[in-house]
Design a protein around this ligand. Structure first.
Ligand code: ZN
Length: 255
């Protein structure tokens, strides 16, 4: 038995309740220890994580704890380790439709991934053919949408963009693509792209598609954009399977 140095009773720090996989309530032997624990939870992330792990929060919730995070409205939330996982194109489209600030879901994809924080799908990345026809459609892929939920505390998205961009590049490489590109609006922060090893190639496009002689309806307002790219650096030809053989821009190689 450990004696509490404040109340001289048996020291007690218990995890009383966890609800919605995020909120939790603790109880202590006395108010002074409660203040100490509260301070530790708010200011000492490693101590807070160790304490909650010791109290069994991961077994209770079935997730691996990343940290205890500030929910920006005066409380604390359980922030679980981020996890990439499969999702269908339809689910990715629905996610973008529900959560993207200014863009509609794309109509096609080559591949994509979801990102979970505990039980919550918090982000998706959608990778498709390059939208600019002049770019080699066989060797290059484009991140056409990357979208993270904004209706959960900001802390739960921490490192999410970098993970999704990193996954997109690794997957493009594994599929034999040589380069991956994406576009951001000039007023968007490219910090997570830079952190994931992408290079800004400068302004690209952003003009309206509604040209004279080729009228189209703009679904998104035209906006100056920047193009970013990352070399996947692979020696393998693109993974386009035709008749059981692998084709590479017109040449056919034996598999
Ligand atoms: Zn006490």
């Amino acid at each position: 038995m450990t004696l509490c140095e404040h109340c001289e009773q048996e020291q007690k720090i218990e995890l009383l309740e966890v609800w919605d996989h995020r909120q939790f309530m603790m109880s202590t032997c006395c108010e002074t220890l409660q203040d100490e624990v509260q301070w530790g939870l708010q200011h000492d992330p490693k101590w807070a994580r160790d304490l909650l792990q010791r109290l069994g929060v991961e077994a209770i919730c079935g997730h691996s704890l990343r940290r205890v995070a500030d929910d920006a409205i005066g409380g604390l939330v359980l922030d679980w380790n981020l996890r990439l996982g499969c999702l269908s194109f339809g689910d990715a489209q629905a996610f973008v439709a529900a959560h993207h600030e200014h863009a509609r879901p794309p109509v096609g994809w080559r591949f994509g991934s979801g990102l979970w924080n505990g039980p919550d799908l918090i982000g998706v990345v959608i990778v498709g053919k390059p939208t600019a026809r002049a770019i080699d459609q066989h060797a290059v892929v484009e991140v056409t949408r990357l979208c993270l939920r904004r209706d959960l505390p900001d802390a739960l998205r921490w490192n999410g963009c970098s993970m999704l961009y990193g996954w997109a590049c690794t997957s493009a490489k594994a599929r034999g693509f040589r380069r991956i590109i994406t576009y951001t609006r000039q007023d968007e922060d490219g910090g997570s792209l830079r952190a994931s090893g992408w290079t800004c190639e400068g302004p690209a496009g952003g003009r309206s598609w509604n040209w004279r002689g080729r009228p189209r309806v703009d679904h998104e307002p035209p906006h100056p954009r920047l193009r970013w790219s990352r070399v996947c650096a692979t020696a393998r030809p693109p993974a386009e399977q035709v008749g059981g053989r692998r084709t590479c821009r017109g040449t056919v190689a034996a598999v």
